[in-house]
Design a binder for this molecule. Sequence first.
Ligand code: CMC
Length: 428
Amino acid sequence: MVKSAQITIDGKTFEFPVVEGTEHELAIDIGKLRAQTGVITLDPGFKNTGSTSSAITFLNGEEGILRYRGYSIEDLAEKSTFLEVAYLLIYGELPSKSEFDKFKEDIKYHTLVHEDIKTILTGFPSNAHPMGVLSSLVTSLTAFYPESLDPNRSREGVDLSIARIIAKLPTFAAWSYKNQKGQPVVYPRNELEYVPNFLRMMFALPTEDYEVNPVVARALDQLLILHADHEQNCSTSTVRIVGSSQASLFASISAGINALWGPLHGGANQAVIEMLENIRKDGGDTKKWMDKAKDKNDPFRLMGFGHRVYKNFDPRARILKKAADDVLESLGVVDPVLDIAKGLEEVALSDEYFIERKLYPNVDFYSGIIYRALGIPVDMFTVMFALGRLPGWIAQWKEMRESGEPIGRPRQVYIGHPARDYTPIDKR
Ligand code: CMC
């Protein structure tokens, strides 16, 4: 086993400990690097930097492995439910029956939101992107529950905030959609389970009965499981770094929602469908778009392809590829966009450019197709991702808080002007 690493600077050698994870991942602990040597490391995009030690999620990008608390994503997606996975991520173990019943009851108890939040919601123009509405409504919880701001909250207090945010996020998400549609909001019905309750709040109308389709509910539950955590990605790192200043859970989650929004992260599922639609409208010539993606002078990228960590295959994408076929067949959906997706996938998987760079379809490539088949509107796709990622964000925030991590504060290499004298405006 590697125990230490040497770094030589200008002929002088310094020794640093090497840390080994449970799955034998090795990391040079450079915590004392600057103090001992006067230099720092430079790693834009943190491609080689471990920001923390975490016991929540294991990911091996080369072998396409993803596990939550030791359980494989394949097992959980097939046998578990989203709320059980949420409990596992947040509290570290699968719940006993009584623990799970209490967890679910606590969540059901808090699904309603304060009526004044409706005033905030209706203040948004109807064309507001639901991700912006979602993050704003989550921030508003800090005003309705000011006690949540206490950085030294008791464990019970933190658990209460956790139950509140898990309970209210589906209500916020569905209401942001209703606001966009100009339809009256639908209140939660607590005899329903988590996902059916959400689907009803999204799609029920006061003019007709609404029956939750179990195929849709199960497919969505599985999608949420697959999105529930993904270790130190952009939004999760955001949640941890915001929380490291002792900002509250609600403030940290709201920041995570904003970080997720971009098309290179959670926004990719929306971007995938928009791209496929554009290809279809353009006549469906996949080769033309592949060439654009490979052209370094063209900013276009093939959305839903490539991943910072997975360089073999994305195990979530493998599960979803099959789920997409099952869901479309079971709902009898015929989608021309799916044919374009399949064509694109086929071409990309045999193209030298994509093979060389190890660019494979990622989770967002298929999730967008399933969301579309389930009747979820395109600009709600990233909101679905946020609903799924919530337990991961909570678990990571809680872990960071409980292990007493220091405030996140990277350094930089300054490349601006050296010191210069101020010139008055009439002399410039
Ligand atoms: N289309 C065309 N070329 C690509 C793509 C793509 N989708 N992704 C990467 N490349 C090329 C890139 O141009 C570069 O080429 P070269 O070495 O010749 O300069 C090479 O592949 C490496 O790419 P990179 O940008 O250095 O890789 P990264 O790890 O910084 O970026 C990524 C990862 C996911 C941001 C990127 O692959 C991408 O932009 N994909 C499309 C957006 C997307 O689907 N995002 C969802 C990610 S999965 C959900 C999540 O976890 O958020």
